[in-house]
Design a protein around this ligand. Structure first.
Ligand SMILES: [Zn+2]
Length: 99
């Protein structure tokens, strides 16, 4: 059994966006799991752009992923810390060629 770091998050693709452009992923943190809808949108300023919407809450974030200088998000976490779960999650899925 592997030791889990405190605060570790795992992301799982629930529905591939490769079929029709709409994907669903979930992020587990501890015992809670949140579900997000994602949709890739055109991005003319570098990186890949995504609209990310957390199911049940109504917050819509526009997220860009790519090289570090091309990563951005509209959420408070990114504004405060320069990184957030949305960027980290989408980067992880893109690295695995899931999106
Ligand atoms: Zn974010």
């Amino acid at each position: 059994m592997t030791r889990k770091a405190r605060g570790e998050r795992t992301i799982r693709l629930e529905r591939s966006p490769k079929l029709d452009g709409i994907g669903i992923f979930s992020v587990r943190a501890g015992t809670t799991r949140a579900y997000y809808v994602l949709h890739e949108i055109p991005c003319a300023i570098g990186g890949r752009g995504f609209a990310v919407h957390r199911l049940g809450l109504g917050s819509l974030y526009h997220v860009r992923i790519g090289p570090p200088e091309d990563c951005s998000c509209e959420c408070l976490g990114f504004l405060a810390h320069g990184r957030c779960r949305h960027i980290l999650g989408l980067l992880a899925l893109a690295r695995r060629d899931k999106i």
